[in-house]
Design a protein around this ligand. Structure first.
Ligand code: 13P
Ligand code: SF4
Length: 317
């Protein structure tokens, strides 16, 4: 009975569980907040719990610790890193900056605390365009995700976004030919894609947006069938909450009120899974709370500088 045991421990220890939308669906049974990285950062900053259990990847737990330094932040499985975040370290960032001196540096939250501490401002996929626009610069450096950076550039007139060559291996598995064949199989379906995808995929999509952007778009749309070009967890949650097989009552998910309750969500192909997001099971979450493992700590100086980049993002968002 991990659900009841977890809920009991949460009360006893004044803990909250934050879960990213890419988690296995079972995690939602114990999560207090489920959402994208921006929403979860906000919840981490606002909560008055003593313990935050982060069912997400390492950089998300690190961000929670930076935002709430006096709370204990736990990551149920330490293996859950983000491959994109690990593609750039502070030394590589310095080299990148040295090649383009004097330009503002925007860093996607999918990065380590050390990298955040040497950037000017952070962004997430839901606010990246707004953040870059807010800089009023003709040229900016953007890292680690080259695809998100180039997507931002395509949305802004006259801004040159110089990108670091990082990428998300999960989103890059989606190829333009997958979009074309999914459209053939499901005529009339809308294609919803994450900006971490190849440009050619984004160009073929009907909507490009963050995890939450995709979920809101699908909830509010009057279309009936959607091809989901992002991580499987998004398609699973949409199907659970708005799909024809089972509908979440409106009291549980307020967005369900805006839905016709007869939609179909098709993951563009079955292997669009971020393996690192899927580590945490209910047993791991229980053990994390019971034994208060694995605690995430961040060097104080690095945390203070990284906090500046995150707070500047929060002010603009
Ligand atoms: P969101 O910012 O949309 O939550 O995405 C995080 C992520 O890791 C996408 O791959
Ligand atoms: Fe990182 Fe990609 Fe996984 Fe997102 S989906 S956590 S960017 S590896």
């Amino acid at each position: 009975m991990p659900v009841q045991k977890i809920n009991k421990l949460k009360k006893e220890k004044n803990a909250v569980i934050l879960a990213h939308c890419y988690q296995n669906l079972e995690v939602d049974e114990v999560a207090d907040y489920v959402g994208d990285s921006l929403y979860l950062s906000r919840m981490a900053a606002e909560t008055d719990a003593d313990i935050i259990v982060f069912a997400g990847v390492f950089f998300m737990a690190q961000t929670a610790k930076i935002l709430s330094p006096n709370k204990k932040v736990l990551l149920p499985r330490l293996e859950s890193g983000c491959l994109m975040a690990d593609m750039v370290n502070p030394a590589q960032l310095r080299e990148f900056k040295a090649k383009h001196p004097g330009l503002p540096v925007v860093c996607y939250v999918n990065s380590t605390a050390g990298v955040k501490s040497e950037c000017d401002i952070c962004c997430t996929s839901s606010n990246a365009v707004k953040i870059v626009k807010s800089l009023n610069a003709k040229e900016v450096l953007f890292l680690p995700d080259t695809y998100l950076g180039k997507y931002v550039e395509s949305q802004l007139d006259g801004v040159n976004v110089i990108t670091y060559p990082g990428f998300c291996p999960t989103h890059l598995r989606i190829r333009p030919e997958d979009v074309i064949s999914a459209r053939k199989k499901h005529p009339g379906a809308l294609v919803l894609a994450h900006p971490e995808c190849h440009k050619a995929v984004a160009d073929l999509a009907d909507y490009v947006g963050s995890t939450t952007g995709i979920m809101d778009f699908a909830a509010k749309s009057s279309a009936k069938t959607f091809i989901i070009a992002t991580e499987k967890g998004v398609a699973d949650r949409l199907q659970r909450d708005f799909g024809s097989r089972h509908c979440e009552p409106a009291e549980v998910n307020p967005l369900a009120k805006q839905s016709s309750h007869s939609k179909e969500f098709i993951l563009i192909k079955e292997d669009i899974v971020c393996p690192n997001m899927k580590w945490h099971t209910l047993d791991d979450i229980y053990n994390s709370l019971e034994f208060e493992q694995h605690e995430i700590t961040v060097d104080e100086d690095i945390a203070a500088k990284a906090l500046g980049s995150i707070e500047r993002m929060m002010e603009v968002s």
